[in-house]
Ligand binder design. Sequence first.
Ligand SMILES: NC(=O)c1ccc[n+]([C@@H]2O[C@H](COP(=O)([O-])OP(=O)(O)OC[C@H]3O[C@@H](n4cnc5c(N)ncnc54)[C@H](O)[C@@H]3O)[C@@H](O)[C@H]2O)c1
Length: 237
Amino acid sequence: MTVQRAALVTGARGGIGAAIVARLEADGWAVHGVDVDDGDLTTREGNRRVVEAAIDRFGRLDAVVPSAGFQHVAPIPDFPEEQWDKLIAVLLTSPFLLARYAWDALAATGDGRICVIGSAHALSASPFKAGYVSAKHGVLGLVKTLALEGAELGISATAVCPAYVRTPLVEAQISAQARAHGIDEAKVLEDVLLERQAVKRLLEPSEVAAVVSFLLSPDGRGITGVPVPIDLGWTAR
Ligand SMILES: NC(=O)c1ccc[n+]([C@@H]2O[C@H](COP(=O)([O-])OP(=O)(O)OC[C@H]3O[C@@H](n4cnc5c(N)ncnc54)[C@H](O)[C@@H]3O)[C@@H](O)[C@H]2O)c1
């Protein structure tokens, strides 16, 4: 009997994570979706627990998709230091720990995939997002290193880098951005969030999930060590 390919997806209750779980299941993957109740990804124990649970459940692990995250918007002098630590923990250290703990299982398949949900903010900065931008830029360094070390083991690593996606994370930012910039919430979407995008619309979570689906598919195997932007023209400028 052929054993289904199995994936671990973090942030599975979130807008993008839930769409990835649904898409991979529709593609025929066995998916272990986890969120904060299954393990606090700011801790080593939380990261270890979710990897072990996925391997225990399916007896194998072929792909890891770190999608947990949050945002904090504040100018540098007011940026809370504990929020900096937490952003780095969830957005950068967690993907490293997940890869580390899953490494042997991914190598055992001969075709392991790590696909981190990065951001257009992995390639370009915005004011008031020091922690998020720094963590997302760091993820690109991690992905490049994972790709180099994973090459001989058949492990590929990529960072999908979306522009703004219609999720609770973005909806929460609209009021925070309004406070930081001192403008109406109604103007935030048009003048601040979408200011950098050539195409003035939000991405849908399903569009991000479709790219993850391709990267995890047999045809996506050659893409490794790179960001994969879905940025509506953001970085073309
Ligand atoms: N929404 C966007 O516009 C957008 C754009 C580019 C990149 N991203 C990235 O996509 C990923 C998913 O974002 P989303 O929009 O789905 O956000 P979301 O807020 O809808 O979901 C994020 C999920 O992560 C979980 N999470 C947060 N901290 C955690 C912790 N310590 N332990 C375990 N789980 C934790 C939350 O509970 C939540 O369910 C994030 O990495 C985000 O940075 C989002």
